[in-house]
Design a protein around this ligand. Structure first.
Ligand code: COS
Length: 382
């Protein structure tokens, strides 16, 4: 379908597609097998300026918006969700600075993020604060000119590999979500170490790690915005980034669908290619329709966000929930169409199905997204 992309948007799509096909497809299985962080691919992405897509020109980026970022994420996801997660989580980590940072903070950090010189990660989740994000226990206590951080963040994408971390911690434990604040912490700060590196079902080339803060002292100026708005920083960050998770769903679905169609045209059973059987055709028809519907929603929501809309909470949750459910459904059905072959590591759909599962879980489970949509509907009725 024609989404009426501008010439520039089409160029971004083609560039990301070229990187995906030439640099990612040949190594994706090996990266997955070895759980190897895709540094070489990150360097190629950096050289292509794609890290700076959504960062304003005055801070060294290309000054584009959510739609361009979604297009790039979709293309990378078509080849490998492990790689696209590394790329997309970088945007997640940058949003607190981009949306709420001071001009000094933006000048200090965004150019390195835009050029890909330094990766960035977002740290909200903890052992007892997943869906219940307000349940975090990491603290940040102001002592003189420094904040002292204590606590452990869990399952942090790009953990260990990133140089810059945007961290949510409590500055006032008595105030619940209103006692949270956001901070910038740099790798190498004394008292900041990395814990367990997780072994995962999918997206195995991405890094998922604990961040450990033990009397970690950071300059007072590293607070993002001011004390007490950390929960809002986190929620607005997720509002902006969830549409990108949706585009990961579209990308992985598209990749799996193409594999399934190719296979169905070649595989002969009962004397005919299996694509000529209605049972298979109907599965492929549903997959194609699902993908187009998800892509149309993602592009519409991204355009809505880029129009300067202030309240995007409901729409970004809708984009995430719908497109990632499509990602799971389509990859599962691609394995089904391909039967025994689809289940084997020899074909990429086995990995795609394993990878797709996380999309329904991270950046807020799809059950939480439905809560968020429901809450917005309740508010509108008042
Ligand atoms: N934008 C701005 N403010 C928001 C907001 C948003 N999207 N979502 C919530 N808030 C505000 C609320 O308005 C409320 O403010 P007040 O205290 O001033 O009324 C405050 O934040 C607390 O909101 P709420 O009461 O809805 O919080 P809950 O504790 O019920 O938690 C959340 C609900 C939103 C945290 C939960 O639905 C959620 O999204 N969980 C998933 C978290 C997540 O994505 N984790 C992944 C980790 S990062 S990869």
């Amino acid at each position: 379908m024609d989404y009426f992309l501008t010439e520039e948007q089409a160029m971004i799509r083609d560039l990301a597609r070229q990187i995906a096909e030439e640099k990612i497809v040949p190594v994706r299985r090996e990266l997955d097998d070895k759980e190897e962080f895709p540094w070489e691919i990150m360097k190629v992405i950096a050289q292509s300026d794609l890290f700076g897509l959504f960062i304003p020109e005055e801070y060294g980026g290309l000054g584009k918006g959510s739609l361009e970022l979604c297009i790039a994420v979709e293309e990378l996801s078509r080849a490998c969700l492990g790689v696209s997660t590394t790329y997309a989580a970088n945007a997640l980590g940058a949003y607190p600075i981009l949306l709420f940072g001071s001009d000094e903070q933006k000048k200090k950090y965004l150019p390195d993020i835009a050029s890909g010189k330094r990766l960035v990660a977002f740290g909200l989740t903890e052992a007892n604060a997943g869906s219940d994000a307000a349940g975090i226990q990491t603290t940040a206590k102001l002592t003189g000119n420094e904040y002292v951080l204590n606590g452990t963040k869990q399952w942090i994408t790009n953990g260990g590999e990133a140089e810059i971390y945007t961290i949510i911690a409590l500055t006032d434990k008595t105030k619940g979500p209103r006692g949270a604040s956001a901070f910038i912490v740099e790798k190498g700060t004394p008292g900041f170490t990395f814990g367990k590196k997780e072994e995962k079902m999918g997206i195995r080339s991405s890094s998922t790690r604990e961040l450990v803060f033990e009397n970690c002292r950071i300059p007072k100026e590293n607070i993002i915005s001011k004390e007490g708005v950390g929960f809002i920083v986190a929620m607005k960050t997720l509002d902006n980034s969830r549409v990108g998770v949706g585009s990961q769903g579209v990308g992985v679905a598209q990749g799996a669908f193409e594999e399934a169609v190719k296979f169905a045209k070649q595989r002969i059973q009962f004397g005919h290619p299996i694509i000529s059987f209605q049972a298979v055709q109907h599965m492929l028809a549903d997959m194609a329709t699902d993908i187009e519907a998800a892509r149309a929603l993602i592009y519409s929501v991204a355009r809505f966000m880029d129009s300067g809309a202030k309240d995007i909470t409901k729409e970004s949750a809708m984009a995430k929930v719908f497109a990632t459910d499509v990602g799971m459904r389509v990859t599962t059905n691609a394995v089904q169409v391909m039967g025994g072959s689809g289940y084997m590591k020899e074909y990429p759909v086995e990995k795609m199905m394993r990878d797709a599962k996380i999309l329904q879980i991270y950046e807020g489970t799809n059950q939480i997204q439905r809560n968020v949509i429901g809450q917005a509907l309740m508010k509108k009725q008042k």
